[in-house]
Ligand binder design. Structure first.
Ligand code: NAD
Length: 271
């Protein structure tokens, strides 16, 4: 598979599973973003998407990518720490799409110093910031999205990583945030399950993205994963896109509150 799959005539509308379905993708920063791979997979199955971008700094990059899509995708600014921006996003969606069928949460952040050092040295404000952006944002977005899901329900997917349940040096406070995120997936799945809104996580193996480059020794991590994974390789970003398609489409209709490991079988190994 190519490093960055682009939407071409051949892979466009691979299936019609998501024809007529609309959704919001958060977390696209550039063409390497996992959220962008998910967007491409969903588009190739007929979905129509809207995107958020974190701020002016990333606006142009997201605009350029969205322009590659075969439809005009609405774009909204959204720093997930700002309630008024979240509110505006969903007002925009109500206006542009009416309703949405799915939501992708692919947003995370921790201060560099909280990733480089020891977890025991994490500052109070560094902890709060990592939790706010990486964990609470799922709750805030899910709540804002709830009224826009149709009567028949919908689906939410959040991106997580193994550092939530196992110690991964240099993942530090982000591991704590991902543990909270995975717990939020279960609690939200329960709350929103009454409306047939499913909530799941995808625990992806390491992928070389902007966020990943904030983790010290990331290249060593990639190597370690490749050696240990049952499949003997690292995961391709397109494979995460395909897993998200499964969970967001009717194919995943019986699955909620789960974390799906798309890690080439790294997690199952003991030695
Ligand atoms: P990325 O840098 O492409 O995406 C991270 C996104 O978070 C960016 O778009 C950034 O703008 C956004 N973000 C950060 N702070 C924000 C804020 N305050 N408001 C709004 N958006 C904000 O990197 P990625 O690896 O594609 O990350 C996407 C998700 O996948 C993250 O949740 C990450 O933890 C998760 N993940 C990544 C890997 C990996 O190895 N790359 C593995 C497992 C899970």
């Amino acid at each position: 598979m190519s490093e960055t799959q682009t939407v071409t005539e051949e892979n466009l509308f691979m299936s019609q599973y998501l024809k007529g379905k609309k959704g919001l993708i958060t977390g696209v920063a550039n063409k390497r973003s996992i959220a962008w791979a998910i967007a491409q997979a969903l588009t190739s199955h007929g979905a129509q998407l809207a995107f958020t971008y974190q701020g002016e700094r990333l606006k142009e990059s997201v605009e350029k990518l969205a322009a590659e899509l075969p439809y005009k995708a609405p774009l909204y600014e959204c720093d997930v720490t700002r309630d008024e921006q979240i509110k505006k996003v969903f007002e925009g969606l109500a206006h542009d799409f009416g309703q949405i069928d799915f939501l992708v949460h692919a947003v995370a952040y921790a201060k560099r110093e909280d990733l480089d050092g020891r977890t025991v040295d994490t500052s109070r404000d560094g902890f709060a910031l990592a939790m706010d952006i990486s964990t609470y944002s799922l709750i805030a977005l899910a709540k804002a999205a709830e009224p826009l899901f149709p009567k028949q329900g919908g689906s939410v997917v959040a991106l997580t990583y193994l550092g939530s349940e196992k110690v991964v040096p240099f993942y530090n406070v982000m591991g704590l945030a991902k543990a909270g995120l995975e717990s939020a997936v279960r609690y939200l799945a329960y709350d929103l399950g009454k409306k047939n809104i499913r909530v799941n996580g995808i625990s992806a193996g390491p992928i070389n993205t902007l966020a990943a480059r904030g983790i010290a020794k990331f290249t060593t991590m990639l190597e370690g994963h490749r050696h240990r994974a049952a499949l003997g390789r690292n995961v391709e970003v397109e494979e995460v896109g395909n897993a998200a398609f499964f969970l967001l489409s009717p194919l995943g209709s019986g699955v909620t509150g789960e974390v799906l490991y798309v890690d080439c079988g790294y997690r199952i190994m003991g030695f």
